[in-house]
Write a protein that binds this ligand. Structure first.
Ligand code: EPU
Length: 351
């Protein structure tokens, strides 16, 4: 393990917010976990696990001991006629892992191409895009309970996965995920290409190759093209992906809104509840590209907040812009937006 004091985390969060951690420990092996817990206890520092930093809002000063898992490795555990079980260590880059799976003929994760972050964080907020959630392919999660230092295994059903949620998100700072086991298809027949613009583009790519059926690689390439066309690359323009969850409202409120705004898109949840896109609400409230400088919504996708003064802006700037957007949308539509990324306070607690 490698220990750092007054560690600059502005490069370790994709929003590029200014943040200095009292202590940071890079973990290269799971055997480093217990000594790191002991060090934090002896120095009375709360623990915080930081993965790819693509879904967090960090404070200016972090009076905590930040654990940075750097475990690497991808290997096959077992193979049947239809499926393969793959282990990926927490420190693997998510998109590169998805690419490796495709290259090896392990299919299912292609819809989740180009999502920023590391493998260890993917179960926490149950990453999802283009009709697929990662929980559809997780067999189990291996984690360390930071309160006891013991290793625990969570089979899929124990992870309590729902839309952008899991047991790990509900128990902040409790578990350090070291490894995720995926159950993937070995046949290329199971493509999920019905979501919105994905269907037409995947088919177009297949036709270019004179094929009638869509291959997972077509979906992968189509997802990359769609994401690149409207979602900013954090390396170019600092952001942390969707900043708000898509709100679920009552059927009565939806019917009333739809009467006033015929173009309102919707996804039926059940007889009484409808999910509507936060991006549409922000856009229609006149805030596409708007907000309070330096934190502005993206000009092509209003759901994404971007930082126009990287390594200078702080969580306080995010708070101002976020509150302005929430209030404006509430005044116009009567819908309360809820933030997606995790807000970390000075003690490393999830506020
Ligand atoms: N829309 C607008 N204006 C905007 C943005 C969106 O009118 O500025 C409309 C779109 O035209 C569309 C609808 O809102 O009719 C939904 O937009 P889109 O399909 O782009 O998806 P989303 O609901 O905004 C969700 C995920 C994304 C994921 C996409 C694709 C959430 C909070 N976000 O966005 O996830 O990539 O679907 O599956 O569920 C992320 O989590 O970082 C992320 C990017």
């Amino acid at each position: 393990m490698k220990l750092h004091h007054d560690y600059d985390l502005s490069h370790a969060n994709t929003m590029a917010l200014t943040c200095t951690a009292h202590t940071a420990i890079e973990l290269f092996d799971t055997a480093d976990i217990t000594p790191a817990i002991t060090y934090a206890k002896l120095n009375s520092l709360p623990l915080l696990v930081l993965s790819g930093g693509s879904n967090v809002i960090l404070p200016n000063k972090l009076k905590a001991c930040v654990l940075l898992p750097r475990f690497n490795g991808i290997h096959t555990i077992s193979k049947s006629d239809t499926h393969v079980l793959i282990s990926a260590k927490a420190g693997e880059n998510w998109h590169e892992f998805v690419q490796t799976c495709l290259d090896n003929g392990w299919y299912g994760l292609e819809n989740l191409a180009l999502i920023p972050g590391l493998v260890g964080a993917c179960p926490v907020q149950n990453i999802g895009a283009y009709g697929v959630q990662v929980s559809d392919f997780i067999e189990k999660v291996i984690a360390y309970d930071l309160t006891t230092g013991t290793q625990c295994e969570f089979k899929n059903a124990k992870c309590q996965f729902t839309y952008r949620h899991s047991l790990f998100k509900d128990n902040p700072n409790r578990y350090l995920i070291s490894e995720v086991i995926f159950k993937l298809h070995t046949s290329s027949d199971h493509v999920q290409s019905n979501y919105g613009d994905l269907a037409a583009l995947s088919l177009k790519l297949a036709h270019q190759d004179n094929r009638k059926t869509i291959h997972p690689k077509d979906v992968f390439n189509a997802v990359i093209a769609i994401r690149q066309s409207k979602l900013p690359d954090p390396k170019v323009l600092a952001n942390c992906g969707s900043f708000f969850q898509n709100p679920i409202i009552s059927m009565a409120q939806f019917t009333s809104l739809k009467t006033q705004h015929a173009s309102l898109p919707s996804y039926l949840i059940d007889d009484n509840n409808v999910k509507i896109p936060a991006g549409w609400l922000i856009d229609m409230a006149g805030l596409k590209g708007g907000g309070i400088f330096p934190i502005l919504t993206h000009r092509l996708q209003a759901l994404v907040l971007t930082n126009h003064t990287p390594h200078i802006a702080t969580a306080n700037d995010i708070q101002k812009s976020q509150d302005f957007i929430i209030d404006t949308v509430h005044d116009k539509f009567g819908v309360q937006l809820v933030r997606e990324p995790v807000w970390i306070d000075e003690q490393g607690y999830h506020a």
